[in-house]
Ligand binder design. Structure first.
Ligand code: NAP
Length: 257
C-alpha cells in the first residue's frame, strides 16, 4: 500500500508517538491532517514534516473528549481534506497512580473521556467516509496495559482494555469492506506520557525509565507505518511490542538489578 498523496489523520500529533507518526508518514509522502489541543506545537512541526516529504499539512485544534467538537471539526474540513485514508487514534493519556479506593475521580473521567470516548467519537465520524470511498485503515493505540493490569493503574489499564475490544469489534464489523483495523499495543515508550501522568513532575517521570532502555516513539511509529503499508489484502490485527527490558505490564529488567 503506497501512501504518497494519501491523507493520514493523526490525533494527539503534538507530542510523543503521534508526533513520531507524523514524521514517519511524512517520509512516505502522505498528506498530514494533524490534531491536538496544542496548536503551537503542531504549527512548529510543519516545516520539518514538509522537509521530510509531506506535500501538505493541515493542523486542526481538537479536544477529542468533546463529541460536538469532533463532529464540527471533521464536518468543517475543506473538501480536499475529507478523503481520510488512514486514521491513527493516538490521543490518550494517563493521570495519577493510585489505588482504586483512593483514586481521584476527576482523573478517571479524563482518562475514560479521552482514551475511550474520544476514540469512539473520532472513529464514528471518520469510518463512514472510508466505507463510502471503499478505502481506509484505522490504527488504534493500545497498550500492554490492555492485556495485564498493573496495581495503581487499574483505570488506565481498563481504558486500554476497552480500546482492545472496540478495535476487535470494529475489525469484525468491517469484514466485507476494504477497511482495515489494527491495534498497536506498546509497552513502555519514552514520551511525555509519564510527565502528563505526574502532572509535570519531571523527576518522578524520569524514574519510570530508570535503568531501562525504553521503546522510543519512533519505534512505535515504525510499526504503525509497517502495518499500514502492507498490501491491501493484508490486515495486521495486532502489534504487541515492548523494549527488550520489558516482558509485560508488570515485569521489567532494570540494568542495575
Ligand atoms: P504524550 O507524549 O503525552 O502524547 C499524547 C498526545 O495526546 C499529545 O499529542 C496530546 O496533545 C494528545 N492528547 C491528550 N489528550 C488529548 C485530548 N483530549 N484531545 C486531543 N489530543 C489529546 O504520550 P504518548 O506516549 O505519545 O501517548 C500516545 C498514545 O500512546 C496514548 O494513547 C497512550 O495511551 C499510548 N501509549 C503510550 C505508551 C507509553 O509508554 N508512552 C505505551 C502504550 C501506549 P495535546 O496535549 O496537545 O492535546
Amino acid at each position: 500500500m503506497k501512501l504518497a498523496g494519501k491523507i493520514v489523520f493523526i490525533t494527539g500529533a503534538s507530542a510523543g508517538i503521534g508526533a513520531a507518526c507524523a514524521q514517519r508518514f511524512a517520509q512516505e509522502g502522505a498528506r498530514l491532517l494533524l490534531a491536538a489541543r496544542r496548536m503551537d506545537r503542531l504549527e512548529a512541526m510543519t516545516p520539518s514534516l514538509k522537509q521530510a516529504g509531506s506535500p501538505e499539512v493541515l493542523n486542526v485544534a481538537l479536544d477529542v473528549r468533546y463529541r460536538e467538537q469532533v463532529q464540527r471539526v471533521l464536518d468543517g474540513l475543506p473538501e480536499q481534506w475529507r478523503a481520510i485514508q488512514v486514521l491513527v487514534n493516538n490521543a490518550g493519556l494517563s493521570r495519577g497512580l493510585s489505588k482504586l479506593h483512593e483514586g481521584d475521580i476527576q482523573d478517571w473521567e479524563e482518562m475514560i473521556d479521552t482514551n475511550v470516548k474520544g476514540l469512539l467519537y473520532v472513529t464514528r465520524a471518520v469510518v463512514p467516509g472510508m466505507i463510502e470511498r471503499g478505502a481506509g485503515h484505522v490504527v488504534n493505540l493500545g497498550s500492554t496495559a490492555a492485556h495485564l493490569a498493573y496495581p495503581n493503574g487499574a483505570v488506565y489499564c481498563a481504558t486500554k482494555a476497552a480500546e482492545f475490544r472496540v478495535t476487535e469489534g470494529l475489525r469484525q464489523e468491517m469484514l466485507g469492506t476494504p477497511v482495515r483495523v489494527t491495534t498497536v499495543d506498546a509497552g513502555m515508550v519514552e514520551t511525555e506520557f509519564s510527565e502528563v501522568r505526574f502532572r509535570g513532575d519531571k523527576e518522578r517521570a524520569a524514574k519510570v525509565y530508570r535503568d531501562i532502555t525504553p521503546l522510543q516513539p519512533e519505534d512505535v511509529a515504525d510499526a504503525i507505518v509497517w502495518a499500514v503499508t502492507r498490501p491491501a489484502h493484508v490486515n495486521i490485527a495486532q502489534v504487541l511490542m515492548t523494549t527488550i527490558d520489558q516482558a509485560n505490564s508488570l515485569l521489567f529488567h532494570r540494568h542495575k538489578d
